[in-house]
Design a protein around this ligand. Structure first.
Ligand SMILES: CC(C)(COP(=O)(O)OP(=O)(O)OC[C@H]1O[C@@H](n2cnc3c(N)ncnc32)[C@H](O)[C@@H]1OP(=O)(O)O)[C@@H](O)C(=O)NCCC(=O)NCCS
Length: 158
């Protein structure tokens, strides 16, 4: 996507308590996706506030609209804390194919390089081309991971 289109979107750390998040959560639920409902529940219960080492939650803003969300967690499905996980990725239907998902996940990948050796995700089938286009490898035979990226920068930075 062009630099021009990208300049309309601004990425910031997100607290999922703002009204714009509620609107996006409702949209996702109506589309049949539950990742933002789980995100809101995890935040409200204190179970997942993206506060552990390396973790972060990002929002992509288009003016006052929240166009997309993506989180980075320590992968809760593995004991090993060197594995990160892309979670709760959702881009509003009206903002898709504008590079928002790419901006969000590339930001997560850049951050993850400082903290994790690998980055995992479990994607729905319709998102497989998106992750593979970003360089994730398809994983077969694992219940909780459909795609993985090995991160070469791990251990070299802060
Ligand atoms: C998957 C999703 C996050 C992609 O977000 P997006 O902002 O539309 O993605 P981008 O515009 O950054 O796409 C980057 C590249 O990924 C690929 N891609 C994205 N969506 C695709 C699709 N539906 N089919 C094929 N390729 C796709 C393309 O190569 C695209 O580049 P291009 O537009 O130059 O061709 C978004 O469609 C979404 O939120 N879907 C519903 C929820 C979901 O599936 N979340 C993932 C949970 S793990």
């Amino acid at each position: 996507m062009s630099g021009l289109a990208q300049s309309f979107y601004v990425l910031r750390r997100l607290r999922p308590t703002v009204p714009a998040f509620d609107a996006l959560k409702e949209e996702s639920r109506l589309e049949g996706y539950w990742m933002l409902v789980r995100l809101a529940d995890g935040w409200a219960s204190g179970r997942n506030k993206f506060l552990k080492r390396g973790e972060a939650l990002f929002g992509a803003w288009h003016g006052r609209d929240l166009a997309g969300v993506c989180g980075l967690n320590i992968d809760p499905y593995f004991e090993d804390r060197s594995q990160g996980r892309v979670r709760h990725l959702f881009v509003s239907a009206g903002h898709r194919r504008n590079g928002v998902g790419r901006m969000l996940v590339e930001t997560v990948i850049d951050r993850a390089r400082q903290y994790f050796a690998v980055l995992n995700t479990r994607a729905p089938k319709e998102a497989f081309p998106f992750y593979e286009g970003l360089g994730f490898q398809r994983v077969a035979g694992e219940e909780f991971v459909t795609h993985r990226m090995m991160l070469s920068g791990y251990g070299k930075g802060s």
